[in-house]
Ligand binder design. Structure first.
Ligand SMILES: [Zn+2]
Length: 117
């Protein structure tokens, strides 16, 4: 198990001033590290999609010295995937194993595109 950071107050980062966004991201790392006495290397952007974060937040996560950061979507349109835009698959109680496999294999995305979704 790993414990990562997720901001101080779960704001929509894109609506924050740069200084607020920096504090939310940086200080969440510092506070957890001081509570755990261990480095916190991972960050997850609240909401984690292109309407709630972008290049500025990616830069702030780098600046805060995280090793990587997670999105809350499977695909990121803002250029190539990198350690600060790691995609995630949303799994709920109702997600079946075949559905999960379809997401992992890329089949789910290809079907969505084929159906214009
Ligand atoms: Zn959250």
């Amino acid at each position: 198990m790993s414990i990562g950071a997720h901001t101080l107050s779960h704001p929509v980062l894109s609506l924050c001033s740069e200084e607020e966004a920096r504090r939310e991201i940086r200080d969440s790392k510092i506070e957890i590290e001081s509570a755990l006495g261990r480095p916190v290397w991972a960050f997850a952007y609240p909401f984690g999609n292109s309407s709630t974060m972008g290049d500025r937040e990616i830069g702030l996560a780098r600046e805060a010295a995280f090793t990587c950061a997670f999105l809350n979507v499977e695909h990121w349109s803002g250029g190539e995937s990198n350690p600060f835009t790691l995609p995630r698959i949303h799994v709920t109680l109702r997600t079946t194993l075949p559905e999960f496999a379809a997401h992992l294999s890329g089949l789910h995305t290809r079907l969505q595109r084929a159906m214009g979704g």
